[in-house]
Design a protein around this ligand. Structure first.
Ligand code: FES
Ligand SMILES: [Fe+2]
Length: 450
């Protein structure tokens, strides 16, 4: 049974703690909180589904999940992208069980009803008349996901038909998407399949780790320093800006101690530089010239990183998008995409892909470092002392970095509220405040079911 409300005393306590830069640790894995998150956060916000290059032609499809909602995404005959609940309207069985492919119709494995790319019910085994009198097939088409939209090739869905349009939801993040995804004439493409695996972790911790926590890099990923890939300087991932945006989106623009990157335009081939210069504004160009790593997130559960990997002469850059699909308060399914500029030379793409596999995904060394710490957060969050809501400062996480000692940097030229270091908890604090705001407002689905 879902607890529909968090006790008002508790809400006030959470608000008070957050004002002080603290977050009680029990909220990470509390089962009642998790049920509310499913309805009030994932039932109301835009979630990433796929990239347009995963659907190459009419009839191409992929299957995805929005937490518990199975989604079938197709390119219809007019090459428009549509998303349906991946559930047969007869008895509700999951309709399409393949990850991806190309089809003209989808036939249910249970009793054989079939649907076309427009979601219309086009076939009933033994014909309509087995239902007594002819059944009106028009009434039994697939149910569409209430809102589907894309920006710069990134396709999102939203379960709330009244939620603000995707472009409004993304807000200032569009400017950074333009920079990362729109720098090349033909945009980006997904290479390979999205890798996916299950990790013992809570989605809030993984989203925060990527979007808002470069501070962990010099300790969790210490082996990269020992191998000579990262600098000894413990501040090395802290140089640059952390940018906080509306709806708790954010990005870290990590440069270096000198404010420059170790490689201009993230080590992309020099032949592509004039194209970047043509496609970007002078402010965007300046940032792309100087950045080493972009790392950030679109609230609630899409994260991205665009790093430089490799050694001098073999540097490469790519874009990794990932969705943290909650499977419970202590479990996430990670979905991980590799994207690169379509216009990049084939050999460069191949090397970048190898670099990605060595760093991220199930075979990646950086991924494995992070996965261990996420599991330990989950384990500790359920401890009796952590769950004692009366204890004061013994059971809270610390978000005090930059709380009173870092001012907004108004000279930063990109949109959003920028802080002059990425060792800063401003974005984490914003994410958790937003989390509480959403959690304390009933969703329209809930209101309608009351
Ligand atoms: S559940 Fe799909 S045809 Fe019966
Ligand atoms: Fe990490």
């Amino acid at each position: 049974m879902i607890k529909r409300e968090i006790d008002s005393k508790l809400v006030q306590q959470l608000k008070d703690k957050m004002k002080e830069g603290l977050l009680p640790q029990w909220v990470i894995t509390d089962p009642d909180i998790y049920e509310l998150e499913r309805e009030r956060i994932f039932g109301k916000t835009w979630q990433f589904l796929c990239h347009e290059t995963e659907l190459k032609e009419a009839g191409s499809f992929v299957t995805r999940w929005m937490v518990n909602d199975p989604v079938l995404i197709v390119k219809d005959r007019k090459e428009k992208i549509k998303a349906y609940l991946n559930s047969c309207t007869h008895r509700g069985t999951q309709l399409c069980t393949a990850d991806r492919g190309k089809k003209k119709t989808f036939t249910c494995p249970y009793h054989g009803w079939s649907y076309n790319l427009d979601g219309e019910l086009v076939g009933i085994v033994a014909g309509n008349k087995v239902y007594g009198e002819e059944m009106c097939k028009d009434e039994w088409g697939l149910r569409e996901i209430p809102q589907v939209a894309s920006y710069r090739g990134m396709v999102f869905g939203c379960l709330d038909p009244h939620a603000e349009p995707l472009e409004d939801y993304l807000g200032d993040m569009k400017w950074y998407f333009d920079l990362m995804l729109g720098r090349s004439d033909d945009g980006m493409e997904v290479i390979g399949l999205p890798q996916r695996w299950i990790a013992k972790a809570n989605w809030k911790s993984t989203a925060e780790n990527f979007a808002a926590d470069p501070y962990h890099v010099q300790t969790t990923h210490r082996s990269t320093v020992e191998m000579g890939i990262s600098p000894e300087d413990p501040l090395y991932a802290g140089y640059g800006h952390q940018v906080v945006m509306d709806n708790a989106h954010g990005i870290n623009v990590i440069t270096s101690k000198t404010g420059r990157s170790r490689a201009k335009y993230q080590g992309m081939p020099e032949s592509m530089w004039p194209m970047f210069e043509r496609n970007l504004s002078s402010e965007q160009r300046d940032i792309l010239e100087r950045v080493t790593v972009f790392v950030g997130g679109v609230y609630p559960n899409l994260s991205f990183v665009s790093p430089i990997h490799g050694t001098e002469g073999y540097l490469h850059n790519y874009l990794n998008f990932r969705v943290w699909r909650p499977l419970g308060p202590d479990k996430v399914e990670v979905w991980c995409w590799f994207l690169i500029d379509k216009n990049a030379p084939k050999e460069y793409k191949d090397n970048a892909y190898k670099g990605y596999l060595g760093s991220f995904g199930p075979t990646g060394t950086l991924e494995q470092d992070d996965t261990e710490t996420w599991a330990r957060i989950v384990e500790v969050s359920g401890a009796t002392m952590m769950r004692n809501k009366e204890l004061n400062y013994n059971n809270v996480s610390n978000y005090l970095m930059g709380f009173s000692n870092v001012e907004v940097d108004h000279t930063f030229t990109g949109p959003g509220v920028a802080y002059p270091t990425t060792y800063c908890d401003a974005l984490s604090r914003r994410m958790h405040e937003h989390w509480l705001d959403l959690l304390t407002k009933p969703s329209r689905v809930e209101e309608a079911s009351r």
